[in-house]
Structures are given as structure tokens and as C-alpha cells.
Design a protein around this ligand. Structure first.
Ligand code: FAD
Length: 287
């Protein structure tokens, strides 16, 4: 197998244009597993770890532009205050070794419904920047992921960065697994409060072919918060509203039975996560 090791972004794009089947590798924490199990045997590997631009982040027009190659460890340390939901999710990924190597760009590249970075990115309407020698395009993460482990990247494209707004209010993420660490999500939920926009967003992970926004639950709770003037008063959430929100989160899920859990269990767990994450986030907002 040929290993392509470009030193610059321009060289990386040229290499991808010249070798459409070359497999990009960032942290390698998904790719190496696929190679070891002989699930893939690409003619070339395209090592992206020498490209400095991919490991940089900066504010840009009110949003954060985060290079695809920023590892979870740095995201937690450097951006945890601005992106608390993504940071909580990042802390649940694998082990310290996996978080040192693994990147959000790689999580996007794999596009697994169980990818832990995806629910926060979906809840925050993040955008993905794709680049090739033909030019750059920026699209919503909702359009980028097209199915289980599928996305709309063209063969000559690479992910350069993702864009996400700094948190406007409290954010939460919770994940159910069969143990506390080194575990792929049985199901998960990312939730964000937008106090200025009077919005709540929630995205379900690992309980459908791709991350699912619980739009009915979002609309319901936004209505309750407005009706009772709770954004302004920071009063307690009515218990019935919390219960209905969690029911609507559960109803949005489209889980299957698989090795990690049954559909019925995932439904139950999501109802619990809906209640829990909203209660945590609202308690933080009130404080
Ligand atoms: C022990 C273990 C535990 C894990 N635990 C978790 C977990 O708890 N939660 C979770 O979500 N994941 C987990 N994973 C999976 C993996 O760590 C994550 O998906 C991680 O985000 C992958 O990032 P990476 O940089 O290592 O990607 P890589 O393995 O380098 O790449 C992943 C995919 O993205 C593509 N890619 C990478 N960068 C680019 C780019 N810039 N442009 C285009 N394509 C690109 C690659 O070609 C490949 O298809 C685990 C893996 C292991 C081995």
C-alpha cells in the first residue's frame, strides 16, 4: 500500500485529486480498525497529520472555524468554555489515548450514527467545509450526513473544517453505554438552550440511521417557555412539560435492535435522557 504524506494543504488536495481512492487518515482511530479487520484495502493512504491548517481553530464572523484535525483533547481544553456540549461529548469518546488522536473531522468522515460529536453538531446547526482542487463548499451538517456511515463528500474532496457558533446558553450531552468508558453509545442526546432566540434544540444519537433532531419536542418546549415567560423569569419548568418533552424525544427516535441494545431499551433510555438533559440545562440557566 502506498502512503502519501503531503506537507501542505495544497499538496493534500492535489494528491486526493490524483488518487480518488486514497483513504484519508487523521487520528487513524477508525481507519486503523477498518484496516486491521480487512474491511478496507485502499491502494493509497493519504496521511493528513502533517497539514498544520487542519489543526488550527479561530473565531470567524461570529462563529468558530475549527480545523478537521483538531483532536478531542485540545477541543476539550481549548474550546470547552465556548462549546460545552461538544466538549461533554468529546470527554465520553474512547479513552485518553483515543481522545489524543481522534478528531471531529474523523467522526464526520466516518458519519456513524453512533459518532458522539454528531448530536452536538446537529443540535447547533454546524456547517462542514469541503475542499477540493475545484474549490470549496460549505454545507449544513444535516446535508453532509446522508445515511448510516454515508456522507456527500465527493471522491476528490477533503474536510477542511467545521463551523459552529459559540454557545448562547447551557448545553448538555448524555450517553448510555454498557459501561462508563471506552464504549460506543447505545443511544445519546445532545441539547442546547438558546436564551436570546428563545429556542431549545435536541438531537438524538445512535437511535436511527443518522442523528435525528427531535423537532416536535423542540417546538413543544419552546412554546411552554414562551407561554410562561420562563426565559425572562428563569422560573422552574412545569413537571408536566418536562415529562411531555421527554416523551416527544422518545417518539422522534427510530432505533433498531442490535448487539448494543434493543429498540425498546433505546426508547426507554431516550425518554430518561430527554428529561435529564433538559433538567440539567435549565437548572444551569436558572443559576
Ligand atoms: C477503542 C476505540 C474507542 C472509540 N470510542 C469512540 C466513542 O466513544 N465515540 C465515538 O464517537 N467514536 C469512538 N471511536 C471511533 C473514533 O475514535 C472516532 O470516530 C474519531 O472521531 C475518529 O477520528 P480520527 O481522527 O481517528 O479518524 P480517522 O480514523 O483518521 O478517519 C475516520 C474517517 O474519516 C475520514 N477522514 C478523516 N479526516 C478526514 C478529512 N480531513 N477529510 C476527509 N476525510 C477524512 C477517513 O478517511 C475515515 O473514513 C473509538 C475508536 C476506538 C478504536
Amino acid at each position: 500500500m502506498e502512503i502519501l504524506q503531503p506537507d501542505t494543504w495544497a499538496e493534500a488536495l492535489e494528491a486526493k485529486a490524483a488518487h480518488a481512492e486514497a483513504k484519508p487518515i487523521a487520528g487513524g482511530t477508525d481507519v486503523m480498525v477498518e484496516l486491521n479487520f480487512d474491511h478496507i484495502r485502499p491502494p493509497q493512504m493519504l496521511d493528513l497529520t502533517r497539514i498544520r491548517e487542519l489543526t488550527e481553530w479561530a473565531p470567524e464572523n461570529g462563529r468558530l472555524r475549527i480545523g478537521a484535525g483538531v483532536p478531542y483533547t485540545r477541543l476539550i481544553a481549548e474550546l470547552g468554555d465556548r462549546l460545552p456540549g461538544l466538549a461533554i461529548a468529546s470527554r465520553t469518546v474512547g479513552s485518553p489515548q483515543i481522545r489524543n488522536r481522534g478528531t471531529v473531522g474523523g467522526n464526520l468522515g466516518t458519519s456513524s450514527p453512533a459518532g458522539d460529536a454528531l448530536p452536538p453538531l446537529f443540535a447547533d446547526d454546524a456547517e462542514v467545509e469541503l475542499v477540493s482542487v475545484r474549490g470549496a463548499r460549505r454545507l449544513s451538517v444535516h446535508d453532509f450526513v446522508t445515511g448510516p456511515k454515508r456522507n456527500c463528500m465527493e471522491p476528490d474532496e477533503l474536510i477542511s473544517a467545521f463551523f459552529v457558533a459559540p454557545a448562547e446558553g447551557p448545553q448538555q450531552f448524555a450517553k448510555i453505554g454498557t459501561r462508563n468508558a471506552m464504549v460506543i453509545a447505545v443511544c445519546s442526546l445532545g441539547l442546547s438552550l438558546f436564551p436570546e432566540q428563545h429556542r431549545v434544540t435536541a438531537c438524538i444519537g445512535s437511535a436511527g440511521p443518522m442523528p435525528i433532531r427531535a423537532t416536535e419536542a423542540e417546538g413543544f418546549i419552546a412554546g411552554v417557555l414562551d407561554e410562561h415567560g420562563l426565559w425572562e423569569s428563569r422560573g422552574a419548568l412545569p413537571v408536566a412539560a418536562l415529562t411531555r418533552f421527554s416523551e416527544l424525544v422518545e417518539l422522534a427516535a427510530r432505533p433498531i435492535d442490535d448487539v448494543r441494545g434493543t429498540a425498546a431499551y433505546r426508547h426507554h433510555a431516550l425518554r430518561v435522557l430527554g428529561r435529564r438533559t433538559l433538567a440539567w440545562a435549565w437548572t444551569e440557566y436558572r443559576a
